[in-house]
Design a protein around this ligand. Structure first.
Ligand SMILES: [Zn+2]
Length: 304
């Protein structure tokens, strides 16, 4: 058994730590959004994702699997579990992800329709204060969901600022105040959290705290899809992604679920929009510009 040899402890602790955090970042973002925003079941007694998380992750995974490993001398990072819980319940992690997914509807292979009054009521009931932070943005989303002479919401100024991506988990840095910027492997990168920063900078490396770890992978290459399309015209991005229907013009993604041709977005609606990668732009800045940018980024934004 791996735990029987104390030599393994350091690397096991490392693996458990980054695995927990990466799973939290990616799975809670995606599954949380599907469960909370991809449903019409707004019964008040339906468990919210936060309530499910408490059972599935906190009680089950953490308390009945991770914690007992301490008996074998492994250090468990309780603070990461607490922080994940805080991100979901206090820092709006799932709501911010849904907002980001909906902002980038043109880049999704699924559709998020505008929220209704019933949805609003449910969110406010489950997450008091929700409307103040997200309500107005969803009203903009509804208003801009049918093509009517405007651009997709991501390219209209509603006060939302398109986020930078976390180099490690690849979910954007949406909890703005926690964003970390660092130059790693000669590139300026952003991270959503200190654990993601540590994962790239110290874990996926050839050695870890003096131990050789030649089999570890590396977080390298074109990790952000935005970078692949920096400077492209948006209609060309859509064609290159295969996001156009067989008629050659209607987009596969749509910011609503109305099945009526007159409300469908087409390539024509995207003409003249240039797509840019936040990370490429960040790397072009001077160090002083970048420091000033980070201060502003951490302050967040106000929806109009
Ligand atoms: Zn991250």
């Amino acid at each position: 058994m791996a735990l029987a040899d104390p030599e393994n402890q350091l690397l096991l602790e490392r693996d458990l730590q980054y695995a927990f955090w990466n799973n939290h970042c990616v799975v809670d973002a995606a599954i949380g959004t599907f469960i909370e925003y991809g449903t019409k079941d707004r019964r008040k007694n339906r468990e919210s994702y936060a309530e499910m998380w408490r059972r599935w992750i906190y009680d089950d995974y953490y308390r009945s699997y991770l914690m007992p490993l301490e008996k074998y001398g492994l250090k468990i990072h309780h603070e990461d579990v607490e922080e994940a819980w805080k991100r979901i319940t206090e820092k709006g992690y799932v709501h911010k992800t849904a907002q980001f997914f909906a902002t980038g509807w043109f880049a999704n292979f699924w559709r998020i329709d505008p929220l209704t009054e019933e949805d609003f009521e449910w969110f406010e009931f489950k997450y008091p204060g929700w409307y103040n932070e997200y309500g107005k943005w969803w009203e903009h989303y509804a208003r801009l969901s049918k093509p009517n002479g405007h651009k997709p919401i991501a390219f209209e100024d509603v006060g939302y600022v398109y986020p930078h991506r976390c180099w490690t988990c690849m979910v954007p840095c949406m909890i703005r105040e926690d964003t970390i910027m660092d130059t790693v492997d000669g590139q300026v990168r952003t991270y959503c959290s200190k654990t993601c920063h540590w994962t790239d900078k110290e874990v996926f490396r050839g050695s870890y705290q003096g131990r050789e770890t030649p089999a570890m992978g590396r977080l390298v290459g074109l990790r952000e899809w935005e970078t692949c399309y920096h400077g492209w015209e948006l209609p060309d991005v859509m064609k290159d992604q295969g996001y156009v229907r067989p008629d050659g013009k209607t987009l596969i993604p749509q910011p609503h679920v109305i099945f009526d041709d007159k409300y469908m977005w087409t390539l024509d609606h995207l003409k003249g929009i240039e797509f840019q990668s936040p990370n490429v732009l960040l790397n072009k800045m001077t160090p002083e510009e970048r420091d000033a940018w980070l201060v502003g980024y951490k302050e967040g934004f106000t929806i109009k």
